[in-house]
Design a protein around this ligand. Structure first.
Ligand SMILES: [Mn+2]
Length: 436
């Protein structure tokens, strides 16, 4: 009896010490996991951050990803969209992508599934798909007419289907042209897009046919209940809430999502998840948890997930204060041991009392192991406000310029939201003109 009590106490202790380990261990005793997926998304290769390239840290992030593959030995890797940041990325970004795929060939990961995101050109992603297919790299750049074309059947060592992946890419409004539109207003349009998305998932789920093993879906969209920072909220045509957690077909044992750059579960579900981007893509994302998700499945599709946070390869920091406080903070940020100098956004709050405070701060930071990317003047005094330089265009994204323009024209928030949707459509159309 004492022994039993001891055992129970020890078990309780193990449980409190490392609940996640215990749960995994307990699950491993009752289930045999047959398939392991590694879920990543939103690499945004080729991103230019103001005038800076992200290449060094993106390369470090991809090196880290390869290490994770070697360590966790997934059967398949899913990249849930936004491989590139823009439809016509710099050649260095394409080189990184193909170098990564080549290195993956030397690992035990037998399948790679890549879907297009809203930032990707479907044509660019799809162009090498025939060649990549021969290497068991499956690319779905855009929605296909036949739902069967978005279904990928993974084979195990015995040659049998071990899992099915419904590789649904970012869905564009034109993918729902079968749904009729007559005299619809903005809300009707959003609902039409939502219904189109739900219907697409239902069609792909139905096309899988009889299969008892794990069924995994992908997506690049804004799921209801997901959270992101303001700067990211203009990203999907039709705006927020493309689909709710309970609107995905029940058939899917796991849904690997991309689009939102913060790692999270959707609507308290365990099986519908964003893994987040590999690196913070703006100052507003610097506190977000980001990384990859390992999902293990037993032969009935029961899933056990584990989040692995990505290291921070380059720190993004925002500092705020008067001139003297900023100087102190800059000195504290100087860390010669960091492999990549941190990038700093400065908000000057007090009247500086000198002309050209931005130049002063840049000169002050010379010789420090950091780079100032943005200086915002957040003060107004009668004598000095005229000296405060206007925010320069290079530090603003096209969306920020658009919103500032709407604000200066005195538009209501409803009008701005409506125009924003048009602006998103226009940007997409422009992207596609390069390749159609
Ligand atoms: Mn993205």
């Amino acid at each position: 009896m004492e022994g039993l009590l001891f055992f129970t106490k020890r078990r309780a202790k193990v449980f409190t010490l490392d609940a996640q380990f215990y749960t995994t261990f307990a699950a491993a005793l009752t289930h045999i996991f047959v398939v392991r997926i590694l879920h990543t998304s939103d690499w945004h290769l080729g991103q230019k951050f103001m005038t800076q390239t992200r290449e060094p840290e993106q390369q470090m992030a991809l090196d880290w990803l390869i290490q994770q593959v070697l360590e966790h030995q997934p059967d398949a890797l899913i990249v849930a969209g936004d491989i590139y940041d823009v439809s016509n990325p710099p050649t260095g970004a394409e080189e990184m992508y193909y170098r990564f795929l080549t290195r993956m060939a030397g690992t035990s990961c037998q399948h790679i599934v890549i879907i297009g995101g809203n930032h990707d050109s479907p044509y660019r992603l799809n162009a090498p798909r025939g060649l990549l297919r021969a290497l068991r790299i499956y690319v779905v750049g855009a929605a296909t007419d036949n739902p069967e074309d978005e279904i990928i059947r993974l084979t195990g060592p015995d040659g049998q289907t071990s899992a099915v992946i419904a590789a649904v890419p970012f869905l564009r409004e034109r993918d729902f042209s079968n749904i009729t539109v007559s005299g619809e207003n903005a809300d009707d349009r959003i609902r039409r897009i939502q219904l189109g998305i739900i219907q697409h998932y239902e069609q792909v789920a139905a096309a899988i046919g009889p299969f008892d093993g794990p069924v995994i879906a992908t997506g690049h969209l804004f799921a209801k209940g997901a959270s992101s920072h303001g700067e990211q909220q203009n990203i999907y045509l039709g705006n927020l809430d493309n689909i709710a957690a309970d609107e995905f077909p029940q058939r899917f044992n796991y849904i690997a999502l991309g689009h939102i750059h913060r790692m999270q579960k959707v609507g308290k579900t365990e099986h519908i998840r964003y893994c987040g981007s590999l690196i913070p893509l703006s100052f507003s994302e610097k506190k977000d948890k980001k990384g990859i998700i390992i999902a293990d499945f037993d032969q009935t599709g029961l899933v056990n997930t584990r989040e692995i946070e990505a290291p921070v390869f380059r720190k993004l920091v925002t500092i705020k204060g008067n001139l003297q406080e900023l100087e102190q903070q800059l000195t504290q940020l100087h860390d010669p041991l960091l492999p990549l100098p941190c990038w700093v956004e400065i908000i000057l709050t007090g009247a500086p009392g000198i002309a050209l405070p931005d130049r002063h701060l840049r000169e002050y930071a010379e010789g420090l192991h950091l780079e100032i990317l943005k200086i915002k003047m957040d003060y107004t005094t009668a004598s000095l406000s005229e000296q405060a330089p206007k925010e320069d265009l290079i530090s603003l994204s096209p969306d920020e310029v658009f919103l500032k323009k709407c604000a200066s024209a005195g538009l209501t928030s409803e009008k701005t939201t409506a125009l924003q949707r048009e602006f998103e459509g226009l940007k997409e159309w422009m992207n596609e003109q390069n390749f159609e």
